[in-house]
Design a protein around this ligand. Structure first.
Ligand code: BGC
Length: 759
């Protein structure tokens, strides 16, 4: 429907109808206005499958939903680093929505993994905003190609579950832009989600739902978002203020209470009716976009989609350690140990919980393929070693040629609504792994978890496979990797620290009462570990393959560029092993020298390439200003400082294989305001300013001029250095004390002269 038609329709609606349109008719539907032919529109969770509830609704995954297909959760899909694949997953989800009459699927969820403890990390993508926004963008494009909307969530700075409905995320401006907003920005600008879901929390004192700065100034005006903003379920606190801020649709609704408030505010003149009209227009625009593009032929073919889920899962499994044990041979006598071999943990708890139509375990998948025995090993209902289960498992391991322990985090450890308290796996599972490794030299651990865990047994096992929460088809995918039918190609979208205390947010995570300060600033994940040169268990971007890749011929199309130019970077990647495989080529940029505090390097692009043995492909990246920029709080915009930047190509953040240096010239001069506190060091940066100040300083600063002794060159060098550093931090007003011939009025006149240079 055209914008004019929608406006016309809104013109025919009564005030009551318009107010009602701004909140859900029930848990999952928007309001219908039959007399005007406006249909109700259904939304459903998301993000990694369809949680469509036909009966009683809830937002915590408590009540049943229709049988559907559970795809790998965000933690895993991000690890694929494969945009095309995740787009295909999106297309599949979009088709499922078409078949089920769902207009918007509530996802993807892109909140940054500030801490490994966040209860919803399994749904989220990464500690890095580029990975989060690229993978989200891929999913959005896929879903929306089927004329079904998405709701990128939870906007903004919602990085913990503790007190999620009331906590106040205190984040400085630069950190918000470089890390937390950036996770949404690329996806919103490029993939254009139909809707955005605002979070429960406050951002620097203002509820997300009421935050004009982010909902309107940033989202719509800067990023060009043109869909509707909906609240997270129950995130509305002040309906009229929220509407003014840019929150269009309240979900699930307030049983009419807030509708009345809107009507009253319009009647009293407190709310401009045009604000209400605009919100209704935005909602109807999406309602009709879906309605007019219904695909009546769509079929939800669960078995077919299960196969897609399996293909996705294959690329979400990260091979973390392999000391010659993998891939297994089907001829080996294998012991599958641990409960998750039979009943995999493949998704997290809460609103994303899918009612899977079938589940394939690794045991199901291996049966008939190889000689496999199973021992449960532990019971994850309790964190206590069951001696009988342990003894059976040790026995099974002893009698096999290789033991694969399926371990990880029990369901109750990871869910929406609360955070983990520690980063450990249950003691009984750690003990099991150690006992198995003690009797079986070929021990491999397969992990099912949505967020990093500590691995006290890492040196005792020969292989570790991070299966994340791989969706309902995970068992088949894990076996494909274990037996080498599929070459692992996923990489960690987050750092696995050695211990929780190493994490940069450790000292301030979950905050005090309702206040949580993001004190680590921009130093989230590898940005921190790299700067601190800290050892980690597994670095960001890390993951092994059964083949090897060589990198060569890194080229850039220019050595010098302006920040308005683009840079074309090319690199050749060759499969030097004997098995076909895929490699995630990572491009980081490092600012060699900066006047602002910056990370050592930042991921600026990545590409996944598939290569047959011996094959070489050239990967091309195009970098623009943003790749070199930091967010300047002086100009409230992205800024590049003139200087040298390293273009780093890596297999992971800690394995950089090729480097090129380019000089980037800034076309923007940051305004500099001289004051009486400006130091001589800062004056020296501008030769024109230095010329003005120099003469005066010479005559006024004999007191700190070094004593010259021409016979002692070493002493002179020292003295000069000392004098230089003393003057470096000397404010312009300093000579008042040291010179004796100058007044504050003289200094002010000098300052005015200097500021005139900037005009
Ligand atoms: C969650 C959202 C979800 C909504 C609807 C909320 O509790 O935070 O992610 O989409 O419920 O179930």
């Amino acid at each position: 429907m055209t914008a004019d038609k929608i406006r016309e329709l809104v013109g025919q609606m009564t005030l009551e109808e318009k107010a009602a349109m701004c909140s859900g008719a029930d848990f999952w539907h928007t309001e219908a206005v039959e007399r005007l032919g406006i249909p109700a529109s259904m939304v459903s969770d998301g993000p990694h499958g369809l949680r469509k509830q036909e009966q009683e609704g809830d937002h915590l995954g408590v009540n049943d939903s229709i049988k559907a297909v559970c795809f790998p959760a965000g933690c895993g899909t991000a690890a694929s680093f494969n945009r095309e694949l995740i787009r295909e997953m999106g297309e599949t989800l979009g088709n499922e929505c078409q078949a089920e009459g769902v207009s918007v699927i509530l996802g993807p969820a892109v909140n940054i993994k500030r801490s490994p403890l966040c209860g919803r990390n399994f749904e989220y993508y990464s500690e890095d905003p580029l990975v989060a926004s690229e993978m989200a963008g891929a999913l959005i494009s896929g879903v929306q190609s089927k004329n079904v909307g998405t709701s990128i969530k939870h906007f903004l700075a919602n990085n913990q579950e503790t007190r999620r409905m009331s906590c106040d995320s205190r984040v400085d401006e630069r950190t918000l832009h470089e890390i937390y907003l950036a996770a949404f920005e690329g996806a919103v600008k490029k993939a254009k989600p139909w809707t955005v879901m605002c979070s429960y929390n406050k951002i620097n004192g203002t509820y997300a739902a009421q935050n004009h700065q982010y909902l309107t100034d940033t989202l719509r005006e800067k990023w060009g978002f043109d869909g509707y903003v909906m609240s997270d379920w129950g995130a509305v606190n002040s309906r009229v203020e929220d509407l003014k801020a840019g929150l269009d649709l309240e979900m699930p609704g307030s049983f009419g209470v807030n509708d009345k408030m809107i009507e009253g505010a319009v009647l009293s003149g407190e709310l401009d009716e045009n604000v209400l009209n605009t919100a209704v227009e935005r909602i109807l625009n999406i309602v009709f976009r879906y309605e007019e593009n219904r695909d009546k032929t769509a079929v939800f073919d669960r078995d077919k989609d299960h196969e897609t889920a399996r293909r996705v899962a294959e690329e979400t499994i990260v091979l973390l350690k392999n000391e010659g044990v993998l891939p297994l041979s089907e001829k080996q006598k294998v012991a599958f140990i641990g409960k998750y071999a039979k009943t995999p943990r493949y998704q997290g708890g809460g609103s994303s919980h899918i009612n899977s139509h079938k589940i394939t375990s690794a045991l199901d998948a291996a049966a008939g393929v190889c000689d496999v025995v199973y021992a449960q090993g532990f019971d994850d209902a309790e964190d206590r070693t069951d001696e009988k289960l342990l003894a059976e498992a040790v026995e099974a391991a002893k009698n096999a040629e290789v033991a694969v322990v399926f371990a990880g985090l029990p369901d109750k450890f990871e869910s929406e609504g609360y955070d983990r308290k520690h980063m450990s796996m249950p003691d009984c599972q750690n003990e099991l792994i150690e006992k198995i490794a003690a009797v079986q030299p070929n021990t491999i651990v397969v992990l099912h978890n949505g967020s990093p865990v500590e691995m006290p047994w890492i040196d005792q096992v020969k292989g570790v496979v991070e299966a994340y929460l791989g969706g309902q088809a995970v068992g088949g995918a894990v076996c494909d990797i274990l037996f080498g039918r599929v070459n692992p190609s996923a990489k960690l979208p987050e750092t696995f620290p050695l211990k929780l205390e190493d994490n940069p947010s450790y000292l301030s995570y979950i905050g005090e009462g309702d206040m949580v300060e993001y004190r680590e600033g921009i130093f989230v994940g590898y940005r921190y570990y790299d700067k601190k040169k800290m050892d980690v268990l597994f670095p960001f971007g890390y993951g092994l393959s059964y083949t090897t890749f060589d990198y060569s011929n890194l080229t850039v199309d220019k050595d010098r560029m302006k920040d308005t130019d683009t840079l074309c970077v090319k690199v050749d990647v060759t499969n030097t092993g004997s098995m076909a495989g895929k490699e995630v080529v990572q491009l980081y940029v490092a600012d060699r020298e900066s006047t602002v505090i910056r990370p050592v390097k930042e991921l600026r692009d990545f590409a996944k390439v598939e290569l047959k043995p011996g094959e070489t492909k050239t990967v091309t990246f195009t970098l623009d200003k943003r790749a070199f920029a930091y967010y300047s709080v002086r100009i409230h915009d992205w800024h590049v400082e003139t200087g040298e930047f390293d273009i780093l190509i890596g297999r992971s953040s800690r394995d950089i294989v090729l480097t090129k240096t380019v000089t980037v010239e800034s076309t923007v001069k940051l305004p500099f305001v001289y004051t009486t506190d400006t130091t001589l060091g800062d004056v020296r940066k501008d030769p024109r300013a230095l010329a003005i100040v120099e003469g005066m300083m010479k005559s006024l600063m004999p007191a700190i001029e070094p004593e010259h002794s021409e016979s002692d060159a070493a002493k002179e060098a020292m003295s000069q250095e000392m004098a230089d550093s003393m003057t470096e931090y000397m404010p312009l007003r300093g000579p008042i004390s040291f010179g004796g011939h100058i007044t504050m009025a003289d200094v002010q006149a000098l300052v005015d002269k200097l500021n005139a240079l900037e005009e």
